[in-house]
Structure formats: C-alpha cells, structure tokens
Design a protein around this ligand. Structure first.
Ligand SMILES: Cc1cc2nc3c(=O)[nH]c(=O)nc-3n(C[C@H](O)[C@H](O)[C@H](O)COP(=O)(O)OP(=O)(O)OC[C@H]3O[C@@H](n4cnc5c(N)ncnc54)[C@H](O)[C@@H]3O)c2cc1C
Length: 370
C-alpha cells in the first residue's frame, strides 16, 4: 500500500490527516510553502465539538479553549440588547494556533505521518493510483488524496468543473487580537458578542487573556479613520478607535460549495470543498466534521474509493445548507437603512427562540459522529 496523501496544512488538512491516520492509514502530508494564518481566533460550536470528540481531541480541546456561555446580539447604534441566547451545549473560542497545535500533537502521536514541505503543483490519476508532482518537482504516488488545500488550491480545480472559490469584492473583515487588560471590562465577559450596525457588524469574544475582534464592513468604507467613523465617542465600542490597534484586513470568502467532492481517488475537505463567509462561525468547524466523517468511513471501508464516496455523499448533503445559511446570515447582518431597523425589531421580538431555531439546523452535528 502506498498510503494516503493529504494536501494542505490548515486545520482541515491536519485534522483529516489525523482522522485517516487513526483509521490505520499511513499519511504523506504535503504543503508548507505558505505558513497557515494562525493569528486570531475561531469559535467552535456544538457540531465542531462533536467532531473534536470523535477525533479523540475533546479533553485537549477543553484544556486550551475558553468556554462561552451566551451569544449576545446588540444594536451598534443604541447599544440595546436584541437577543441573549444561553449556550447549554459546548461552545468555545480557541486561538487558531492552539487549535492547530492540539491537532498537530495528536497527529505526531500516531507515528503514521510523513511531512513534505512542498506544495502540490499537479495531480494525476491512473490505474487506481494518484501521482502528485510538487512545485519543487518531486513525485509522490499514493492510493488516494484528501485535498484540503483551501478554496484556491489545486484539489478543487482537479475535482470540480467550477474551479477556485472566490472572495467578496464588496465586504472585508478587519481583525485584531488585543490583551483584555487594555479593554473595558465588558470585553472580558465569557460571551460571543455580535453588534449589528448599518451595513457593518462587529463580533468579539475573549480567548484566555485576549479579546478577538472582527469588524465586517464594506470595502469602500475602510479608508483612513474608518474606526472613528464607525465608533463615535459615546459608542460602547469606542475603545476600538485606539490608533495603536493593529488591524489585519482579511478578504471574505464567498459562499460556494464544490459542485462535486470526489473524482476517482481524490476527495475534497475543508474550504476546498465548502468555502463560506464567516458569519455563522462554521468554516473550521465544518472542516473538523469533514475530518471526523472521513476517519469514520476510512475505518469501516477497506476500499478507499468506497470510503471517499460515502464521505462525499454524506458531507456534501450536510454542508450545502450551512453554506447557504452563512450567506443569508451575512446579508441580514449587512442590512442598512430602514431594513436594518426592521431587522433589529424582528430580532428583538423573536428573541432567543428565533435565533435558536436558526442555529439548530446548523449546529445539529452529523448524527453519525455521535
Ligand atoms: C474573519 C474570519 C473569521 C472566521 N471565524 C471562524 C470561526 O469563528 N469559526 C470557524 O469555524 N471558522 C471561522 N472562519 C473560517 C475558517 O477560518 C476557515 O474555514 C478554515 O480556517 C479553513 O481551513 P482549511 O484548512 O480548510 O483551509 P486553509 O486554512 O485555507 O488551509 C489550506 C492550506 O492549504 C495550503 N495550500 C494551498 N495551496 C496548496 C498546494 N498547492 N499544495 C499544498 N498545500 C496548499 C495553504 O497554504 C493552507 O495552509 C473564519 C474565517 C474568517 C475569514
């Protein structure tokens, strides 16, 4: 057996490598010319947690995350609370580096992984084998490839007819990670906070001693002084106007599920299969679910093509609705003018039940992971 290859060392790639290694496969993990962006944080919702548990990472994940107990939605203009949703199931924030670190540690512990720090340039399939040619010109033959090389990687181009996933030209996210000690006390509450403005929304949550901030706004409104224009002196978020804050501008992926997830012995995972805007905080969690699902099918099926087929069928069906909902959520959050006013009234009237109903479908973990 030549074993399996995984392309891409982001969260989906290393988690998929772990799932496949735990299922008994030797893994060649390719990629590394670009370091994954490990700045800032992610929230992992109950479905992502189910995947972490399924991958055997539950205890390690609890030890390095911050449990969040409520989602609070407020109006940015008035500061009024629109919804407070208590979180009974596991929901936590992680530093990206901490999340990747715990997966890497478990992966190293399997003793089944060989790393090749070269990007995949070409994918070729023949006679039930996959041959990967790297950018450095080396060749690697394997029984199957899990392509987790992101929305613009070679995996998606090889498997689908609809090519690379795009990014939004209209909206961007400005991200920052700051010490809680430098911020007003309300930033330290163990809550996930969403502030809805006019064409703008802000998310913040604590991660250990830090606070993770994401401001989503139209690209056209990010000129010099954007913070002062968004957060006036009387705003509860006035602390964000501080000129010392180092904001990272991040392009937002557009919602796009791959039309096809498998071609022969190559299957997609993570953003390569399902890129989505971050408005439901689901991208990384879905990548973890892909990994857990792959691991389960590879553990039950000797035939790689059969395992990839079952995985692709199951995950494509589960994810497409979530990608759609992430997109719709972003449109609702981005409303402005009278529509935004109406949105705030509806959210306030609907309360936690409305939000719970919206999220229940998203968070219901793949039942087969239980
Ligand atoms: C502002 C923002 C906030 C977010 N917040 C959350 C959140 O709270 N919760 C959540 O679950 N998700 C969140 N996400 C989404 C999450 O960050 C992504 O879905 C997740 O990181 C994707 O992981 P991935 O491994 O699939 O892809 P990537 O992280 O894109 O990794 C792909 C890897 O493939 C490598 N690669 C590329 N080309 C090649 C090649 N030719 N050969 C080999 N390797 C290659 C790249 O270098 C990279 O390391 C957020 C996203 C954004 C933008």
């Amino acid at each position: 057996m030549a074993g399996l290859a995984v392309s891409g060392g982001g969260i989906a790639g290393i988690a998929a490598a772990l799932g496949a290694a735990r299922a008994g496969h030797d893994i060649t993990l390719l990629g590394g010319s670009t370091t994954p962006n490990l700045k800032g944080g992610v929230q992992i919702a109950p479905n992502g947690w189910a995947a972490l548990e399924s991958l055997g990472l539950g205890d390690a994940a609890r030890a390095c995350s911050t449990r969040l107990h409520t989602i609070t939605v407020r109006a940015l203009d008035s500061g009024a609370t629109l919804i407070r949703l208590p979180l009974h199931d596991p929901y936590a924030s992680f530093g990206r580096a901490a999340l990747a670190g715990l997966v890497e540690e478990a992966l190293g512990g399997t003793g089944r992984v060989t790393r090749i720090a070269e990007d995949v340039a070409h994918i070729h399939q023949d006679d039930g084998h996959v041959t990967l040619i790297t950018a450095a010109g080396t060749s690697h033959k394997c029984d199957g490839l899990i392509a987790a090389d992101g929305g613009k990687g070679p995996g998606r181009r090889h498997v689908t007819a609809n090519g690379s996933a795009g990014v939004s030209a209209e909206k961007v996210a400005m991200r920052a990670l700051l010490p809680l000690a430098d911020m007003p006390a309300h930033f330290a509450l163990a809550e996930s906070n969403l502030w809805l403005g006019r064409g703008v929304h802000v998310v913040h949550y604590p991660i250990g001693e830090m606070v993770n901030l994401v401001v989503t706004l139209p690209a056209a409104r990010t000129g010099d002084g954007w913070q002062a224009r968004l957060f006036g002196a009387s705003s509860p978020l006035a602390a964000l106007v501080d000129g010392q804050i180092d904001w990272a501008r991040t392009a937002l992926p557009v919602a796009a599920t791959a039309g096809c997830w498998r071609r022969g012995h190559v299957v997609l995972a993570g953003d390569a299969a399902h890129s989505m805007p971050p408005h439901l905080a689901q991208g990384a969690g879905q990548g973890l679910q892909d990994a857990a699902c792959l691991g389960r099918h590879l553990g039950h099926e000797d035939d790689i093509e059969a395992a990839f087929t079952l995985y692709a069928r199951e995950r494509a069906a589960a994810v497409s609705r979530i990608v759609q909902k992430a997109d719709i959520s972003g449109r609702i959050m981005g409303l402005s003018g009278p529509a935004a006013h109406l949105r705030d009234m509806v959210l306030n009237a609907g309360g936690p039940r409305l939000m719970q109903n919206w999220l229940a479908e998203v968070w219901s973990a793949d039942p087969s992971l239980a």
